[in-house]
Design a protein. Sequence first.
Length: 475
Amino acid sequence: MSSSIERLKEHLNSSEVHLPGTAEYATQSLPWSQHADAKPKLVITPSTLPSLQECVKLLYADQSLDFAVRNTGTGSASARDVILSMHGFKSFSFDEASETATVGAGLDWSEVEVKMAADAPGWALVGARCGWVGAAGGALVGGYSWLSHEFGLISDPQNLLDAQVVLNDGRVVWASEEDGGSLLWALRGGGGNFGVVVALKMRARRYHEAIFAGLVFLPFERLGQVGEWVERSVERLQDPKTAFCVTNQGPGTGVPPQGAKPGIAVVLFDAHGEEHAKSKDKGFGEIFEMEGLVEIACGMVPLSGMTKLAESYKSYQGVNQFWGSAPLMEEKVDAGVIKRAWEWYAKTIEECPVLDQGSTVLFEFCQAGFFNSSGSPKASAWPHSGRKHVMQVVLGCNAASVPPNLEELVQKRLKVAGTEIGGGKETGEYHAGFLHSWSDLDTVFGGNLERLRTLKGKYDPKNRFNKSVPLVARG
């Protein structure tokens, strides 16, 4: 092991090797959830393709080395021995003629938005709803965007056009040219466990330079009224340039914990503008008339202003211990779904009060185009289809407050979230980015699982790329 680590260093500059106790080591090894920190012996940040190729070859060949590939840490990837950070790969280019942008795997989506604004004003990519999500990581597990009602998921074939990958033997390929495009198919929602992604080629589209972004708060007492509004709005709002989410107030929305009965936060997106957003017949006007509503942040902003509404959640990184899950719900939404979500949350907090420090129930209510834009469940590795809604649930607390049985309690509550909140409308499906040992991969990937596993065996026969979607049991 020690000889392999020394050989790794031979291919890197001193500025690309980070040992425990240094500031860069702390930054590049910090997982999203503190429980995942395996305290690696070394962090490396290669910044050239040749050095990355050599590092991947060495890491893959030495089976005594535990390693992980990461960017922002959102997926909490960590390892006992070596973390390979992609922060050295922050290249970006935009080609108006082909309407494409090539995005380095070391960028997060907020950095991509800055580069798009500078180099491609008036154009947009289908990118993550949270700016702190890594450009590559978010795309490889499906990825939701504020533009998904119009254009589908980040990983859909019409959005993720290609990916540059370093394979386990150090070869560099464009995934579309590998095995008749099968590698690219696997990367579209099947996770990144087939090699090390260096860059993504994305479809760019002309888009509004300013959109309406809204974050509004309502008191707990409006729970029933908000549920009724959600039921009507899911049915009524079919304009793909509009979207909304409902979540609980708390540290993730920039306010202190509120116990078992938190207030309500509603996030609003309207590319038509503020007048349209606040109209009762076309937009979200009804909610603006509810008693007790407080406008926290509402107005016209660049698209990047929309992702900034989630910036408070980044304060969790490396401070909290938490776990998440994302069950999918059927198309038809009833008025009681918000009340049931708050009841599930309250029961959880009553069992473990410290969980109010870092827990979230987030409903992403989706129009038909959200999951249906790829044309077929077989078009990408994650076979999303039909009209469904996403229920993201995250349970956690500050690491200093962790009780001894926290993970056991959290996993128990996550397992029943879909049933208790869905009220019979849960599908049994889960977003591929939030899987656990109890997740049923046959349900998640359906008829695509066998092909995915075949490709996993071809591109990673030793299961060395094993820190993302667990297509096979970890060795």
